[in-house]
Design a protein around this ligand. Structure first.
Ligand code: 13P
Length: 252
């Protein structure tokens, strides 16, 4: 099964609107003509409009970093799927480990957000991953299994092919410690096996990104692994040159 590579930049709480415009404008010529990779940038909410406008007519798509499950109402500080759609957002990250760690995200809230994204036609990037203590305790598969089972409740066999899973070992995020390609592939293969047990052959179509200190100098060997279909990139997505180089190496 060939799956189209997807590389997404998660800008986290970086880049105001003016900086988002500059970054997308700098990225555009560097990735122009690349059509065998889905290229996504995920700015903070307040920079989405600027990023969408700057990316118009290019091969760069825009994603959000979160969404609420209700469409409107008394949910101070929250943003709904329809609000994102109105801005031209195509993708949305759900359940990033920083949201799980700092903002009380659980598999249940991930699942509710995922339902809202799918209902609205947004393409979800669902994040899973184990903590260092869980890896060291031999619990990685158990943790990922629970995150997949809890996060994907109610997703249909028809819908699963459109869901992107981002495997981000928490100990590799922003630390410079990347999982070795072999270690990452072993875990991605486990995730694929689990998805197949839940959704059958349609799970072969699910793209599984690796995230955690992916850079221009390791994207090629990571994405060359059979079950690594792209990356979710933090630090290296904040500069046009490093992000473009990472993308080009990944698909070379
Ligand atoms: P880094 O690439 O900075 O390690 O961040 C990974 C990440 O959390 C992407 O969502």
């Amino acid at each position: 099964m060939t799956r189209k590579v997807i590389i997404a930049g998660n800008w986290k709480m970086n880049k105001n609107a003016a900086e988002a415009t500059s970054l997308v404008n700098a990225l555009k010529p560097l990735v122009a003509g690349i059509d065998n990779c889905d290229i996504v940038v995920c700015p903070p909410f307040t920079s989405i409009d600027a990023a969408v406008k700057a990316a118009a007519g290019s091969n760069i798509k825009v994603g959000a970093q979160n969404l609420h499950w209700e469409d409107s109402g008394a949910f101070t500080g929250e943003i709904s799927a329809s609000m994102l759609k109105e801005l031209g957002v195509e993708y949305v990250i759900i359940g990033h480990s920083e949201r799980r760690q700092y903002f009380g995200e659980t598999d249940e809230t991930v699942n509710r957000r995922l339902g809202a994204a799918l209902d609205a036609g947004l393409k979800p990037i669902v994040c899973i991953g184990e903590l260092l203590a869980e890896r060291e305790g031999g619990e990685t598969e158990k943790v990922l299994e629970a995150q997949l089972e809890g996060g994907l409740v109610g997703v249909s066999i028809e819908q699963i092919a459109g869901v992107v899973i981002a495997y981000e070992p928490v100990w590799a995020i922003g630390t410079g410690k990347t999982a070795t390609p072999e270690m990452a592939e072993e875990t991605h293969a486990y995730i694929r096996k689990k998805l197949i047990s839940m959704f059958g052959y349609q799970a072969e179509k699910v793209r599984i990104q690796y995230g955690g200190s992916m850079k221009a100098d390791n994207s090629a060997t990571l994405v060359a692994q059979p079950n690594i279909d792209g990356g979710l990139i933090g630090g290296a997505s904040l500069k046009a040159e490093s992000f473009a180089e990472l993308i080009k190496n990944a698909i070379a």
